[in-house]
Design a protein around this ligand. Structure first.
Ligand code: NAI
Length: 258
């Protein structure tokens, strides 16, 4: 039995991932705001530290894999805190327990939105580890209304994908034998997208931004199964990748210009 930490385990992709792991007989410790083994707020430094300490305690010191799904898409400053710092700080705090595993792995959920227009200043502030500055930039954007505020989400995911590229090849990750990767979904049918997909207008807006020629909108299982493989013992050499598991959206939008 491997021990997995899954964030965002109460809903959507995280809940499906936790279910699939449990069905395979793995031990899962879920982290979420509510309805989880560990109830913690990943938008704050203290919430992240409490979550990490409790996770290491419940795992009895050895964690085999971390799968970070928790995230929000609202045009608010908390989005950069949860989606970037709530992932990177938690993963970093769990590194000592991962190093106790024979086959440690980590995977995070980014987004197709990481390729959309974003705020380079916010991305740079996040990558520099300056949460205060990143949050201040997000607050400025959010104050200009939903159209500008929307930039907060793609910026948070852009920063997260770039962090994975950078961190994955460092002594702490690759050097410690830990594959670290990101999955970038297209439009997944979960509570996060339910409201948008409930109307033809919302659906048309989503589909214009994220065209999915292969099988259209995806179920959370499509992402969870890839997360399971990325964090399985079978993954020995895939590292630093942002895998667009998106019904062909990335190939449609970027073509062969990669
Ligand atoms: P969801 O809303 O169903 O689940 C997200 C979970 O994260 C919720 O249980 C929520 O309570 C938790 N969470 C939010 N803020 C938190 C905080 N401060 N502390 C702890 N937990 C917190 O959403 P879904 O669709 O399952 O999304 C999972 C991930 O996939 C997110 O990172 C999202 O950005 C990403 N994603 C989702 C897409 C979609 O179309 N649904 C597309 C691309 C990426």
């Amino acid at each position: 039995t491997r021990t997995y930490i899954v964030t965002g385990s109460a809903s959507g992709i995280g809940a499906t991932t936790a279910e699939m792991l449990r069905a395979r007989g793995e031990k899962v410790i879920g982290i979420d705001l509510r309805n989880a083994d560990i109830e913690a707020d990943l938008s704050t430094p203290s919430g992240r530290q409490t979550a990490a300490a409790r996770a290491i305690e419940l795992a009895e010191g050895r964690i085999d894999a971390v799968i970070a799904c928790a995230g929000i898409s609202a045009p608010i400053p908390a989005t950069i805190s949860v989606n970037y710092f709530g992932v990177t700080e938690l993963l970093t705090a769990l590194l000592p327990a991962l190093s106790k595993s024979d086959a440690p792995r980590a995977a995070v959920v980014s987004s197709m939105a990481s390729l959309q227009p974003n705020s380079p200043e916010m991305v740079e502030a996040a990558l520099a580890g300056d949460e205060e500055k990143a949050v201040a930039i997000a607050a400025e954007l959010a104050a200009q209304g939903p159209e500008i505020g929307y930039l907060v989400y793609p910026s948070s995911k852009r920063a997260l994908s770039r962090w994975v590229r950078r961190a994955s090849i460092t002594p702490e990750w690759a050097g410690a034998g830990i594959p670290l990767n990101a999955v970038a979904p297209g439009t997944v049918v979960t509570p996060m997208t339910a409201q948008l997909l409930a109307t033809p207008e919302g659906t048309a807006m989503v589909d214009a931004a994220v065209p999915m020629p292969l099988n259209y909108h995806q179920p959370p299982e499509s992402i969870a199964s890839l997360l399971l493989w990325l964090t399985s013992v079978e993954n020995t050499h895939l590292a630093g990748q942002v895998i667009y598991d998106d019904g062909g959206a990335d190939a449609t939008l970027r073509g062969d210009d990669i």
